[in-house]
Each structure stands twice: as structure tokens, then as C-alpha cells.
Write a protein of this length. Structure first.
Length: 422
């Protein structure tokens, strides 16, 4: 019998949880199975999940096919009705060893084909931790799950549940183990990272966690934080940005739009001036700071003038790495019931945003010419600067290590550098 095959769709947190599921499935001896960890962020994501399931069934006709993840949580009936699917597992159940033990012991007989409970009743994060997901150089640590906010375009709270935080002591202990295993960079991940701590005693903030990690794990060379909601950034996080060189100068901002009326219709908690003010303050504290951002093109009721506000925000916030999402209505969300923008306009606006992002990347790469960076090697010929810019080398470098190199040029997306010039 063969080991199970895992396929991940969607976000970095899903990828993290796939690694955890691999360990759980291995512990209980699950064999001859295909596991699809789905995404539900858009209707298109669900369509792609169904497409992937059909493809995997054709490629693995005799395997048992298990569907889990956010789409399985929000639409279990959709997937259980598919002839290709043998079992549907919810987001809570997928992180529990007994779930996988049941699947391994009796896939068809006593095990329920659909195991999806009410995600809103979950009050704790999964206890299963993994040591070392990522490249040999970078590891990802889940510190938070779920979201208490209800943005009108987003189905994710119904797939992930309400916000739950991993206690700081547990996070620190895991990071210590990762450093002992040779990892030079750790990335803190979550669904709504800046809400970390709100459900813990004394309600600590994300900045408190960052400062605690840097203090108690002095041998950790690099700490990164993934996507944040800038309006929820606390004072200690700003202090860390200003004073802690081991906290990397790269922040990915969940902005979504640049027009105040659209932001209100999205039920976001910030206005455009808040985003601009945060970006200016962070860059003043850390001049080498770079920003990524999520921006939605074509949200319902978006006029050309409203879109232009998003386009201008790229320059006004100094955004470099854009994740552009053409809006598509997600059934079950309030935005799906709002007046929709014409699909051709959405496609055109998304393309214009991407072009603005490409221009910002080109400018950023030009600015690095001749500069010296400390590059963390992800493989022998490629690494990333502290600002998360990709760097390539002509000669093999020590994988997993941090090397000092001088930038010699770039292509459209990556720098080239030479350690011998330093």
C-alpha cells in the first residue's frame, strides 16, 4: 500500500496545516488515500477545488479521496455529493489525531463520511504543532486561527471560526526548538494575526508576543510576521519595528481598497488616511521597510473614481508587492447581494493594479543596485533579502545560511548578487 498524497489549495496557513495532517496520518498508518485541503476565499477557489478533486480521482482511481479545509467546512454538502469523494472532514476535525485514526482503521464502515462540526463553537487552537514546515532555512509557526471580524466580502470566518490564540509560552517553546534544529528565520502566521492575544488572560497584543520571542530566543537570527491589519497594530509592535533589527523590515498589509466609501461597504475598520499614516510612520521608524498589500479590484458599487483611489494608494503608501484580487461574488456573503461591477471592468482594473505593482517592483529593484544585503538562502542559487526580495547567484551558496552579498543587477522580478564583492 502507498503513503497518502496531500494537495494544498489556498493560503500559507493551509500549507502549514497540511504538514500537520501528514504527520497525523503517518502516525496512525493511513495508506492509499488522497487528501485535498481546500480554500474557500472565493467562488473561483471552490470551483478549482472541485476541478482538482476530479483530476486527482482520475489519476488515483483506487485511492480513498478525503476532502478537508475551508471549502469543506463551509460547503460540506457540495463535496459529499461528489461521486469522487469518500469523506469530508472539517477544519477542526482535520487537526485531531482520532479523526485520522478512524479513517485509517475503518474508512467505509464505522467512520462517518462527513465529519464537520460547528466551527463557531471552537474556543481553542489545535494542539498539534510541527517543527520545521517551510524550506530548510525558513519555518512557519501558527500563532492564531479564526477571525472575529465580518468583512462583507469574506467567507473565511465561517470556515475558520472565531479568533483563537496560541499562548505565548507555547509559541516561544516551538521557536526555540526550530532554532535548535538550525532554522535561521521564523514567520508568524495566522488568519487575523493582529488579533492575537485578545482571547488570552490579560489580553496581550501581537507586539508583546514579538518582543517576548526576540527576548527569550536570542539565537533566532530573523523573525517575520505575515499579513497584518494595520489599524490594529499596537505600540509594542511599532517599537519592535523601530528598535529590533531581527524583526524583518517587510510587512504585508490587509488593505483591500483605497476608497473610504468602499472600505465602509466592505466593513473594514480603517480608512485610506489610516493606511497612509501607518505606512509613513512605519517607514519613518524603519527607513528600509517595504510593504506588500492585498487589494480587491471591482468590489460591488466600485466606480472608476473609487478605483482610482485604490490605484493612487499604491504610490501614497509606497506599496511594492501587490496581491491583486479581481472581485468575484462569494455566495453567503453580504457583498454578493450588492450591485455588481461589470466583469470586463473588473478584469481591466485588476490589470491596471497589477501594472502599477510591477512598476513599483521595478523601481524597488533599481534602487537596490550596488547595495549590500544579508540574504537567507532558500536553495543553493536563490535567497531573499530582509525585505523579502528574491536574489539569485551564479555560484552555489550554503543552503539555509545567511550570506552577505552585493547587488549586481536584476531581471523583472529578482535581484542578482555576488558575495565575493563584499
Amino acid at each position: 500500500m502507498s503513503a497518502p498524497v496531500f494537495t494544498t489549495l489556498g493560503c500559507r496557513l493551509n500549507a502549514y496545516e497540511t504538514e500537520a495532517m501528514k504527520e497525523l496520518a503517518g502516525e496512525v498508518g493511513l495508506e492509499n488515500a488522497v487528501v485535498v485541503n481546500t480554500c474557500a476565499v472565493t467562488a473561483e477557489a471552490v470551483r478549482k477545488a472541485r476541478q482538482e478533486i476530479r483530476k486527482l480521482r482520475r489519476e488515483n482511481p483506487d485511492a480513498r479521496l478525503i476532502v478537508t479545509g475551508c471549502a469543506a467546512q463551509t460547503e460540506p454538502e457540495t463535496f459529499s455529493a461528489m461521486d469522487e469523494v469518500d469523506a469530508v472532514i472539517g477544519n477542526t476535525e482535520k487537526m485531531v489525531r482520532d479523526t485520522w485514526a478512524g479513517l485509517a482503521a475503518d474508512f467505509i464502515g464505522e467512520t462517518e463520511a462527513v465529519q464537520v462540526d460547528d466551527i463557531m463553537s471552537v474556543t481553542e487552537t489545535a494542539g498539534h504543532l510541527i517543527d520545521g514546515f517551510g524550506t530548510r532555512s525558513r519555518a512557519y509557526v501558527q500563532v492564531q486561527n479564526g477571525c472575529d471580524h465580518r468583512c462583507t466580502f469574506c467567507i473565511i470566518p465561517y470556515g475558520r471560526g472565531n479568533s483563537r490564540s496560541v499562548p505565548a509560552g507555547v509559541v516561544v517553546d516551538q521557536i526555540k526548538r526550530l532554532v535548535d534544529r538550525g532554522y535561521n528565520e521564523v514567520v508568524l502566521t495566522g488568519v487575523d494575526l493582529t488579533s492575537w492575544g485578545a482571547d488570552l488572560p490579560a489580553e496581550p497584543k501581537l507586539g508583546d508576543l514579538v518582543m517576548r520571542i526576540l527576548k527569550l530566543v536570542p539565537d533566532l537570527p530573523r523573525l517575520r510576521i505575515s499579513s497584518i491589519d494595520s489599524i490594529e497594530v499596537d505600540g509594542n509592535l511599532m517599537q519592535a519595528i523601530a528598535t529590533e533589527p531581527r524583526l524583518m523590515p517587510h510587512l504585508h498589509l490587509s488593505l483591500q481598497h483605497g476608497d473610504d466609501l468602499i472600505l465602509k461597504r466592505m466593513k473594514r475598520r480603517h480608512l485610506r488616511d489610516d493606511a497612509i499614516r501607518f505606512s509613513e510612520e512605519a517607514r519613518k521608524l524603519r527607513p528600509d521597510m517595504t510593504f506588500g498589500a492585498d487589494i480587491i479590484a471591482g468590489f460591488p458599487t466600485e466606480s472608476e473614481a473609487a478605483f482610482e483611489n485604490s490605484l493612487r494608494l499604491v504610490e501614497e503608501c509606497g506599496l511594492t508587492w501587490l496581491h491583486v484580487f479581481p472581485y468575484s461574488p462569494r455566495p453567503g456573503t453580504p457583498a454578493a447581494r450588492m450591485p455588481q461591477v461589470d466583469g470586463r471592468a473588473i478584469k481591466d482594473r485588476a490589470a491596471r493594479l497589477r501594472a502599477a505593482g510591477e512598476a513599483r517592483v521595478a523601481r524597488h529593484l533599481d534602487e537596490q543596485q550596488g547595495r549590500v544585503h544579508r540574504v537567507l538562502l532558500e536553495n543553493a542559487r536563490m535567497g531573499r533579502t530582509e525585505q523579502f526580495t528574491e536574489v539569485t547567484f551564479e555560484m552555489d551558496q550554503p543552503e539555509g545560511q545567511i550570506v552577505t552579498a552585493k547587488v549586481t543587477g536584476h531581471d523583472a522580478t529578482r535581484l542578482t548578487a555576488d558575495p565575493a564583492l563584499c
